[in-house]
Design a protein around this ligand. Structure first.
Ligand code: PLP
Length: 447
């Protein structure tokens, strides 16, 4: 019967195309915030004028106001209130998540010693997960540091603390842990390792807006937390980012580094670039933030339901539950596939079949950095600092079997789909009919 045929074989899709939202959204709030921003002429660094009023009970952070402007300071205060309501944190808005990591490593070279942390210096090593977007490692390269690619835990796709421990050398100067997709890094064990070594733990929270670990917002547990606000993220300004830190001096240093090394508060002199977030992006971000708490709650509810349903669906395996996680990241719903149950289908055939049935993106996860087309340090001659440095940044030196195993067996559904409480049902229907037709899909579908 035609209705039981998956869309990839000519049946009707379970879900109609065009029903998902895009980010950043544009509605009346965005028009109001952007309009007020432009009317306030708040586009000069150190502008003291405002756009839409600041949310009640909040105050503008002095350092952000001083070097960036009113709109950015308002966004910083409002994001801090959403991401870390119960724990004081300083938010520094900037141009993107990649630069947030680079500046966190740079700031530690100056303020690290004041905090009793080793300053990451040229040729030192930074532990990063092998399964991440290349920016996590690339940011370390830009500081002339050696990214050491550490394998991940199969159940969370995040850095394996035991593998991290095994990768430590006397050059280890920082750990950058990523909270991937809908899970968090093992912050307790990685935090303990960082403390023992006397190095900074940076949380790369590019996926983890709204996530909470043991009562504390993601990004507030490490010495610095970095966020991306790029277009694919669940909170977006098109492009943009944040660096969060509980330490005032680090916040001053980050503010200074964001804006060409201008002195601010307790900052220490250091050559720097322009990594400012424009006021227009901040105004857009403030409008998106109005929607975020309600949307994140919906995504989290759908994620939980998808994990529960996955446990009963043949061939679909949820990632591990994490008792320490009070609220998970809601970037994408990642799940493992037992391809043996799909009668000869490849992961890409399943991906295409799901996409056609559910009219949303089902992505392969990151290609592990040990052999990723996007992470090629040796394509940049500027990194040839010495023969020794050149050979140490070769990604092929590192071994990450779990990351590759995950790459071959995990898919991730886009966050827009998670806003729909009907999605788990639709997913189950799609998987059931794909399973019933797997031999034909394996034979006839070109991914
Ligand atoms: C895990 C991770 N880290 C860092 C980044 C870099 O963020 P941005 O694109 O804003 O530079 C991304 C962006 O996709 C990411 O996914």
């Amino acid at each position: 019967m035609a209705t039981n045929l998956p869309a990839v074989l000519g049946g009707d899709p379970v879900r109609r195309p065009g029903t998902f939202r895009t980010t950043p959204e544009v509605g009346i709030e965005e028009v109001l915030y952007l309009g007020a921003h432009v009317a306030a002429r708040d586009w000069e660094p150190d502008a003291q004028t405002g756009g839409r009023p600041l949310a009640e009970g909040l105050t503008l952070p002095r350092n952000v106001l001083e070097v960036l402007g009113w709109e950015q300071a308002a966004l910083a205060a409002e994001f801090a209130a959403v991401q870390s309501p119960a724990w004081p944190t300083n938010v520094v808005p900037l141009d993107n998540g990649t630069h947030a990591i680079r500046l966190a490593l740079a700031a530690l070279t100056r303020v690290g010693p004041v905090l009793g942390l080793r300053p990451p210096q040229v040729g030192d090593e930074v532990l990063v997960p092998a399964l991440t977007w290349q920016a996590t490692a690339g940011a370390a390269l830009r500081r002339n540091l050696v990214p050491v690619l550490v394998d991940v835990l199969p159940g969370t796709l995040a850095m394996d603390p035991e593998a991290a421990e095994a990768a430590v050398t006397d050059r280890t100067a920082a750990i950058v842990a990523v909270h991937p997709y809908c899970r968090m890094a093992a912050l307790d064990r990685l935090g303990a390792l960082a403390s023992r070594l006397g190095v900074g733990l940076i949380e790369d929270c590019a996926h983890a807006h709204g996530a909470v670990w043991a009562g504390r917002g993601a990004g507030t547990i490490g010495v610095v937390g970095t966020f991306s606000l790029q277009g694919s993220k669940s909170l977006s300004t098109g492009e943009g980012g944040f660096a969060l830190t509980g330490d005032e001096s680090l916040a001053d240093q980050l503010c200074s580094l964001v804006t060409c090394g201008r002195p601010v508060g307790n900052s220490i002199e250091m050559q720097a670039d322009n990594d400012r977030m424009p006021g227009v992006a901040a105004a857009l971000g403030r409008a998106q933030l109005l929607r975020f708490p309600e949307q994140h709650a919906r995504r989290v509810a759908t994620l939980g339901e998808l994990d529960r349903r996955a446990a009963d669906l043949p061939g679909i395996v949820p990632l591990d539950a994490q008792p320490e996680v009070d609220v998970p990241p809601g970037y994408k719903w990642a799940f493992r596939v037992d391809l043996d149950r799909f009668g000869g289908m490849s992961l890409d055939q399943l991906r295409v079949a799901l996409e056609q049935d559910l009219s949303c993106e089902f992505a392969r996860i990151y290609t592990p950095l040990t052999d990723s087309p996007y992470y090629r340090p040796h394509s940049d001659d500027g990194l040839r600092l010495s023969d020794d440095f050149w050979s140490r940044i070769n990604p092929a030196r590192y071994y990450s079997p779990e990351a590759w195993q995950a790459y071959d067996s995990v898919l991730a559904a886009e966050h827009a789909a998670l806003l729909d409480p009907g999605f788990p049902d639709q997913f189950a229907t799609a998987v059931t009919r794909i399973l019933a037709n797997c031999a034909r899909i394996a034979r006839d579908v070109r991914p």
